[in-house]
Write a protein that binds this ligand. Structure first.
Ligand code: FRU
Length: 549
């Protein structure tokens, strides 16, 4: 008994202390933002905002006790004039609530040293997967997995940016916040042109995973700026991990189709197909199994669409892609996807992940953007990670069968600032550098080289060597190797160079090689050299690019 009592006393003391350590204060929402000071790497605290007895926001944050590294801004404008109770767990001492009408950064926004200059990244905090990519009311919408309050993954919220050309993005505040179903994991968005859902003609309808319930939620918007959620999940948890609903309209059956990642017994990855007449009621239709455990074929973030074979507009195939870009090509009748070719590799680079394509693209193109895991959580950066450039996907017939190609979207031509043409020339070992006169930070390079007798060709970009090993017919960039067979004895290259890495395309887009590496663009030097024999530079144009910010 004594032991029991002592234990109880100890426990209650513990709870009192724990309770005593919770900080709570009430303030009146007067300005647009609540300002939260962040210290990268500091101890994390759970913070909650309670309004009218409801927990409206919850987050986990490296709250600065002293001088902050940067400031996060939580939009409280919806509660202007109302009392907000602000709670911090395990917090000793006081906390002075600060509000602001502006979200200001210490460093000049979008000019930061590691800020990709023509790649989307969030103003502040972390991003991973692109979400809800849709063209709606004259704008491309890019939602993204966002931690608004930290430089690393957490507090999954749907950030939101809009653009007219998929290049110049305007971030306009977070769209979906964590709620009682959990934090907001990845998902997609459609335009409900026929008002099948009753949520409004042409409403944007979004699907996401609540990472507490593992059910799929529905949100919608009639103006592309304000969002409402259904207070229930529209697809309940099926088995173990369920996430990342991709929804599309299937015209032949006049039904909506959802593809959902579902983990089955013994770590079996799978894609579950469902159909719906109205976006709200879903019926399971079929399952496509993927890899097991570390074999990540058909693991998370499904993407599903139909494409015609280039040159044969009436021959169409369905393509199923998952997070690591491995894909299958097959047929789909609205119920079952039957793969005909499986486990094709979608990219040959590093850390391009969880890509998604735009629904409702106005020109009918299939345009993809992927999360590019950049090395940007360094120094005093207050943002981290980025998206790839937009890529157009096409289906082509090759000697090996049907394959997807990825090429940079045409819109990228609009950020060319200067065109620098290099004359065709014979490249000799130890010879003059044909690129010595070119100095520019952000680059698009298009070239055709005939290696001839050369053993190695090196294009050095601001100190980053892009090497072609002629006997292996292999490209090498920063430790990443990719097979790049010569086509008719020639190597065609397209490269986009930003501060955060290189995206390389060859063989008309059959090979896409994104390599995430911080490039010291202040060097602004280019060189082209060969080893072991002569090569022929057939064509080369270098474009100096403009920042899109
Ligand atoms: C992929 C992923 C998704 C999930 C999200 C969470 O990167 O793990 O499966 O929805 O990230 O941020």
């Amino acid at each position: 008994m004594k032991i029991f009592w002592t234990a109880l006393v100890c426990l209650s003391t513990f709870f009192q202390t724990a309770h005593a350590q919770e900080f709570s204060t009430v303030f009146k929402a007067a300005q647009k933002y609540l300002v939260l000071p962040v210290k990268n790497g500091a101890a994390k605290h759970n913070v909650e905002l309670w309004i009218d007895g409801e927990k409206e926001r919850y987050l986990n944050i490296e709250l600065a006790e002293g001088e902050p590294d940067w400031l996060a801004y939580l939009d409280i404008s919806a509660w202007k004039g109302q009392d907000i109770e602000f709670r911090i767990d395990k917090w000793k001492g006081n906390f002075t609530v600060k509000q602001s009408d502006e979200d200001k950064n210490a460093l000049p926004l979008y000019k930061e040293k590691l800020r990709g200059q023509f790649h989307f990244s969030p103003k502040r905090g972390w991003t991973n997967d692109p979400n809800g990519m849709v063209y709606f009311n004259g704008e491309y919408h890019l939602f993204f997995q966002h931690n608004p309050y930290g430089r690393e993954w957490g507090n999954m919220t749907w950030g939101h940016a809009v653009s007219k050309d998929m290049l110049h993005w305007k971030e306009i505040g977070d769209a979906l916040h964590p709620d009682k179903f959990g934090t907001m994991f990845s998902g997609s968005a459609v335009v409900d042109s026929f008002n099948t859902s009753g949520l409004g003609k042409g409403a944007m309808v979004m699907f996401f995973t609540g990472a507490g319930s593992w059910g799929q939620g529905l949100a919608w918007s009639n103006d592309g700026r304000t969002f409402k959620k259904l207070d229930r999940t529209v697809v309940h948890r099926i088995n173990k991990d369920n996430r990342d609903p991709k929804v599309i309209w299937h015209e032949p059956t006049k039904k909506w189709v959802m593809v959902l990642y579902v983990e089955r017994e013994k770590e079996q990855h799978s894609m579950q197909f469902l159909t719906s007449p109205d976006l709200k009621n879903w019926t399971k239709s079929s399952v496509v199994p993927g890899g097991i455990g570390n074999d990540r074929y058909l693991f998370e973030c499904p993407e599903f669409f139909e494409l015609p074979v280039e040159g044969h507009p009436s021959e169409k195939k369905w393509i199923l892609i998952a997070a690591n870009s491995e894909y299958a090509i097959g047929t789909f009748d609205g119920i079952t996807f039957k793969p005909e070719i499986e486990r094709l590799n979608g990219q040959h680079g590093r850390d391009f992940y969880a890509s998604q394509t735009f629904n409702n693209e106005p020109k009918g193109r299939r345009i993809e953007i992927g999360w590019w895991r950049t090395h940007t959580n360094k120094e005093d950066m207050n943002f981290n990670q980025a998206m790839s450039i937009p890529l157009e996907l096409k289906l082509v017939r090759t000697a090996q069968g049907l394959r997807l190609t990825r090429t940079p979207v045409k819109e990228l031509e609009s950020i060319r600032e200067k065109t620098l043409t290099v004359k065709p020339t014979r490249l000799k070992e130890g010879g003059a550098n044909p690129l010595s006169g070119i100095h520019a930070e952000l680059l698009e390079i298009r070239t055709t080289i005939e290696p001839g007798k050369a053993k190695e060709i090196t294009l050095d970009i601001h100190g980053l060597p892009v090497v072609y090993d002629v006997s292996k017919q292999q490209l090498q960039i920063n430790g990443v190797n990719a097979n790049a067979p010569l086509v008719n004895g020639k190597l065609d290259l397209i490269l986009y160079v930003d501060r955060i890495g290189v995206e390389l395309f060859t063989a008309d887009g059959l090979l896409f090689m994104p390599v995430n590496v911080n490039i010291d663009t202040s060097k602004q030097t280019l060189s082209l050299s060969v080893k072991g024999g002569d090569a022929q530079l057939k064509k080369m144009t270098v474009y100096a690019l403009k920042s899109t910010w």
